[in-house]
Design a protein around this ligand. Structure first.
Ligand code: UD1
Ligand code: CA
Length: 466
């Protein structure tokens, strides 16, 4: 989505240097995962949608880890200018460090790395309005504890932001809070940041103190109260992280339903990536969809399935408790219940993989069936092959992996071990319980089990008398 705005040039500052003490984590707060990605990824995506001149990313605590993550993302993070804050002296100090790199005459928009659900539309509304005034995005919340409070004068104009720790009991009762989004002309903001003091209980340079400075100088300050407070909740601890996760999941579930997907219960689906779905797809409760998931028309996913990087053709049915990763299928395949399809599994039209079957790097031809209790790895199966229960491809010799090839319409008897590299010809039949280590010719029955014998007159031993 492009929310390119008309107040060019725009400089965005994203604050991500804090330790996140309240997370009690070894990792920097902005890398805590939300919907399968670091919180910071969400914020960066939202700000990049405004097509700013520059994004100044202020990092400090755990910055090596943040930079490593960013490097792994390629150019997803957009035009990022890194700003190093070695000591976390406060949000005002953090923004000030970016000031020398601002584009002359720009509007500066500040977003916090720990307010991850913010939308481009909300950010744009602040930036658009900030050409000749200071704009803060506020929200009315039931539980304002921990947030900076918005103090308004008798005429309703914003006069200051007072941090929770510094607020009087009367100010603590204020339900309108600072969300962290501030936008102002760079030419004003720079000198205010230079003038910040840290004479407060935390000994920090508060960005929020610039509001009172603006008021003293007679600069207009507008507090835009957001319609959806949930979008602007800060995440300081894992309780708030879990709350934000639910909020994000509810957004994603709603988007899927609006796009025509039936969800048995939108509160019992977790999407940790991107889902693209055709018409009349249905997803039962307890499913987790990760990475890139593409679902064709009429795909049906049963309860408690876990799909990661999966592409399913039209009419595919995945029964309950199946785990699929790195799988591509054609139309009308049937998988599970209790199937595990690992990376490199490719199912052609109408193929069936049943309960307690594991596949890996397995190409399964059209109409072929592996219905029960099998391991099929490093294998290529033709069309209409029937793999009996308990069949194992012995693909690993302790040092290397080898390929098993099975021709069209072959029938593999139950409990066979196919010792790779090995080839089973088209229309071949393998007798149950065989160990097949040499090629099995097309059209013939190949059996390698020991012959069955019966001993006439054999007596069962009886207990010795005392
Ligand atoms: C801040 C605001 C508060 C607001 C709340 C919204 C200030 C002084 N307070 O409080 O008014 O209601 O967010 O969620 O701005 N950071 C740095 N460098 C620093 C300090 C912080 O980069 O030196 C970053 C943090 O990593 C975080 C963000 O700035 O991403 C906010 O800092 P945090 O300490 O969480 O501020 P709050 O106490 O939540
Ligand atoms: Ca915070």
């Amino acid at each position: 989505m492009n929310h390119a705005i008309s107040v060019a040039p725009l400089d965005v500052v994203v604050l991500a240097a804090g330790k996140g003490t309240r997370m009690r984590s070894a990792h920097p707060k902005v890398l805590q995962p939300l919907g399968g990605e670091p919180m910071l990824a969400h914020v960066l995506r939202a700000v990049v949608a405004l097509t700013p001149q520059q994004v100044h990313l202020v990092v400090g605590h755990g910055q090596a880890e943040v930079r490593e993550w960013a490097a792994s993302q390629g150019d997803m993070t957009g035009p990022v200018t890194w700003v190093e804050q070695t000591e976390q002296l406060g949000t005002g100090h953090a923004v000030r460090l970016s000031a020398k790199a601002w584009t002359p005459g720009s509007v500066v928009l500040v977003a916090y790395g720990d307010v991850p659900l913010i939308t481009p539309a909300t950010l744009a509304s602040a930036a658009e309005a900030a050409r000749s005034q200071v704009v803060i995005i506020t929200a009315k919340v039931a539980e304002p504890s921990g947030y900076g409070r918005i103090v308004r004068d008798a005429s309703g104009q914003v006069s200051a932001i007072v941090e929770h720790a510094d607020a009087t009991p009367a100010q603590q009762a204020i339900k309108e809070i600072n969300t962290g989004v501030i936008a102002a002309p760079a030419d004003w903001l720079g000198p205010w940041l230079d003038a910040l003091q840290n004479d407060n209980p935390k000994g920090e340079y508060y960005l929020t103190d610039v509001i009172a400075m603006a008021v003293v100088e007679g600069r207009p300050v507008t507090g835009l109260c957001a319609a959806d407070a949930a979008e602007l909740e800060g995440v300081n601890d894992r309780v708030q992280l879990a709350k934000a996760e639910r909020q994000l999941q509810s957004r994603r579930a709603t988007a899927l339903m609006r796009a025509g997907v039936t969800l048995a219960d939108p509160a019992r689906l977790d999407v940790r990536g991107g889902v693209q779905a055709g018409q009349d797809v249905s997803i039962d409760v307890g499913c987790i969809l990760e990475g890139r998931v593409v679902l064709g028309n009429k795909v049906r996913i049963g309860p408690y399935c876990h799909l990661r990087d999966v592409e399913l053709g039209d009419g595919a049915v995945i029964e309950s408790h199946s785990v699929l990763e790195g799988v591509v299928t054609a139309a009308h395949v049937h998988v599970g219940p209790f199937a595990r399809l690992r990376p490199g599994t490719r199912l052609a039209t109408g193929a069936k993989v049943g309960n307690f079957v594991e596949t890996k790097k397995a190409i399964v031809g059209a109409g072929s069936k592996i219905n029960h209790l099998s391991y099929v790895g490093d294998a290529e199966l033709g069309a209409d092959v029937n793999v009996g229960a308990g069949t194992i491809t012995c693909n690993y010799d302790g040092a290397n992996k080898h390929l098993t090839r099975i021709g069209d319409r072959a029938f593999i008897g139950s409990n066979s071990a196919l010792v790779a590299p090995v080839e089973i010809g088209a229309d071949a039949t393998i007798g149950a319980g065989s160990v097949i280590a040499k090629p099995a010719p097309a059209g013939q029955l190949t059996v390698s089990r020991s012959k069955q014998i019966s001993l006439p007159g054999w007596q069962r031993p009886t207990p010795r008398k005392a």
